[in-house]
Design a protein around this ligand. Sequence first.
Ligand code: NAD
Length: 484
Amino acid sequence: MVSRVIPVDPFDLVIFGGTGDLARRKILPGLYRRFRDGQMPDGARIIGAARSDIDTAKYRQFVESAVLEFVSKKKCDPEVLKAFLGCFSYVTVDALGDMGWSELAKEMRDDVVHAFYFSVGPRLFEPIAERLKSHAIAGPDARIVVEKPFGHDLETARALNATMAQHFEERQIYRIDHYLGKETVQNLMALRFGNMLFEPLWNAQYVDHIQITVAETVGVEGRGAYYDRSGAMRDMVQNHLMQLLCLTAMEPPSKFDPDAVRDEKLKVIRALDPVEPEDLVRGQYLGDDDVAPYTQDAEAEDSRTESFVAMKLHVSNWRWNGTPFYLRTGKRLRARMSEIVVRFKEPPHSIFEEDTGQSANELSIRLQPNEGMDLKVTIKEPGPGGMRLIDVPLDMTFAEALGEEVADVPDAYERLIMDVIRGNQTLFMRGDEVEAAWAWTDPIIEAWQERRDVPHSYDAFSSGPEEALMLLHKDGRRWRELRE
Ligand code: NAD
């Protein structure tokens, strides 16, 4: 199969925070993989910009060790790596002072795409934006990439949007939610809008319910202080789960264009009913012989922050009236697994005898691990012995269906960075989307704070609190098993 890749123009990409953890683990290895696959133009230049007082030679060593650590050995070719390192330079800048800005200005070439990745804490967004403008480094076509968290609540998100708007137009701002860069998430759109088979059934008449799960086995160790001020609702639901919900529930956009897609996503958030307290479950993990409890990881003995949340939501519109969306996310759970599951209704009438083993169709879209989709269908169990039905998966795991090369899909970050260079905002959150998501999230969090809600405990490496299982049981439904 010949893949058609949209070409990328020559660019100068400045990574503020280029010596940080995110750069080391995600951005630099991702850029290497794009380079190795021949998707970077000859004129690609990457400029690390951070506070560390190092030179270009030292920075190249940093980039090299990041690539060697986070790119699989099979993909690390010494010659390719050497050529890749040749794209890099480094400037020491102080986001809060004057140091380095005129040097950075000199590094930028004319007539290439300019992109600035803000891989730094949010308190530095404004000072960097200001300096990019006051030193005339970022022109009207420059693009800036902003990392989560985008605000802590509606008020701070609004303030951040307003600050950014003073320096940049919305078309220049790329707010990253790396879940949107996942291959399967885009495949969800291909599946829904590129086939005739699914969309006619994609509504309350045929869909019993939808489950969205983002489960992790890790705890909050190492980032407990940050996490304890945030919790699962702010850290995961307001952004990642909300985005997945939007793509699953939205109406077909008129075209696959940034504003058309984002308009439809925004309508979903605005159609969300407020959540009833009985439809929400918060949890906090306990420890065991091998791992510490949340309170110890977060170094907050009396913490009431949730490391798990499950909820039942209603999208209040014609399409989804009566079809609940169940969302759950948590840390220190049994498996690392993210998926969207669309459970269809059972056939209205069975022509077969009772208890033949038949159940409802289920479409599951796996984001991790093993990105792919499968559709559970009912067939006759082969062989003699009468009409017995069994459920079998129609497996669409990319690795098997498309062969190893194609299935070796780019990581979300690298795909999104290339979209920035191409100037395609479709997979990035718009300012009004982010604000709408906070406007929906804030009252829930405020209600917890007002009544000093205490999260339910759950065992480390379990499926979360018992109460989360009950959330579905009381509706006669069950969560999909958590497994990798
Ligand atoms: P980090 O603390 O590891 O790195 C921070 C970087 O900012 C360093 O390069 C440092 O030199 C630079 N920096 C700090 N103060 C500066 C100043 N005054 N002037 C210039 N540079 C300065 O942080 P990180 O984990 O890489 O995270 C960066 C951003 O990405 C944060 O907003 C974080 O919330 C977000 N994020 C990180 C991850 C992750 O996995 N690390 C995941 C999602 C989002």
